[in-house]
Design a protein around this ligand. Sequence first.
Ligand code: ADP
Ligand code: MG
Length: 407
Amino acid sequence: MPLCATLLPLRARTSALRALQPPLSRRVFSSEPHYDEKTVYQYASQQIKPVSIGQLLKYSAPPLTPANILDSVAYTQSELPVRLAKRVISFHNLPFIVGTNPHIARVYNQYYEAFDRLYSFAPIDSIEREQEFSRALERQTQILVDVIPTIAQGFLECKQYMAREERTAFINELIRSRIGLRVIGEQHVALSYQFRERQKPASGEEPGDVWVGAIHTKLSPASMMRQCAQMVQNMCELHYATTPSYYVDGDVDETISYIPSHFEYITCELLKNAFRATVEFSRSQRRLSHPPIQITITKGEGYVGVRIRDQGGGISKENMRNVFEYSWSTMQEDGETSTAGMSLQTNLAMQQGIGGPIAGLGFGLPMARLYAGYFGGSLDIVSMEGYGCDVFLKLRSIEGSVEQKQI
Ligand code: ADP
Ligand code: MG
């Protein structure tokens, strides 16, 4: 029984999540026993300070000096607790029953812990203390990595308790703010790491040649697609004991400035869909072999295009209306292959890559579209029912949008 279930009759609606405090792990790690509600609200009431990637990149402009690093940490240290506190508070407004879901409560606790760890750092005034902060930030980023499959599982279980618009708005906001949190956090961690690497004699390749903070300035979409396709092939083997082949063609030498983890997330989700559809359609049609998945890269002015073409039977007109909705999946209908009824642990165990199991959470397309759109790109699907899908992904090079895009 979830911890909170026993508390249900005693608590008011908005205190559903607070009833869980202090988080279990916090009790273990911290000597401070109380959930510090006053401090969370105090931080959450502050305005966030949007920043453009261009401004973040200024901290990493060569030469990388201690002053740059201290400026970067000053912004990071003042900004992240405010953003984290706002997220914590946003969970309080969820319907009571949704807040008591163990997966959602777990994510809530992770946000609270992240806030708790970061806000309690005294202002950083030296490079030595900056390293301490940077390490804590890095650990924090790792802890928050599995937020998406966890929250996806939570909303899958609570779908009926929230109106579609309300759910979509909450998740969109959570994910957008998470992108901002990660970009700011990872950018600082990367900068701090690069600064230290440069202090070492004969450090080999100048990191600034390719990396500017967390942004890879010569990311190869073709390599990324190959890497992700291999990962998805492994997932497919594990799940279906068979997998289609793939090939990459077009402008395979093209590069782009982008955050690799975002590119990877989008790509893995789209490929999981294409591979799954192909295997399941082959089975339903009794095809003797799987048609390969074609991945074509094209070069545009300031962006790259990727088309993923499968022969997985396409999407019906009726389903097409729903595919970009959170927690909507056809996986639940196929009892045999459903992951929806599995525990989160099983789901996560099946997770070999990014974003959870091969299918079933219904987060792949809506999130991939949100990620693609974040830096001015797009994601569209053209389906030929009974044959297959063409998925068109367009990603803008981050260089092109650094000044305008506020995060
Ligand atoms: P999930 O994969 O967890 O079901 P997604 O958001 O990734 O969630 O996709 C939603 C639904 O869209 C899938 O369940 C599937 O029915 C449909 N879909 C997505 N991509 C394809 C594709 N390439 N071919 C056929 N159906 C697809
Ligand atoms: Mg999917």
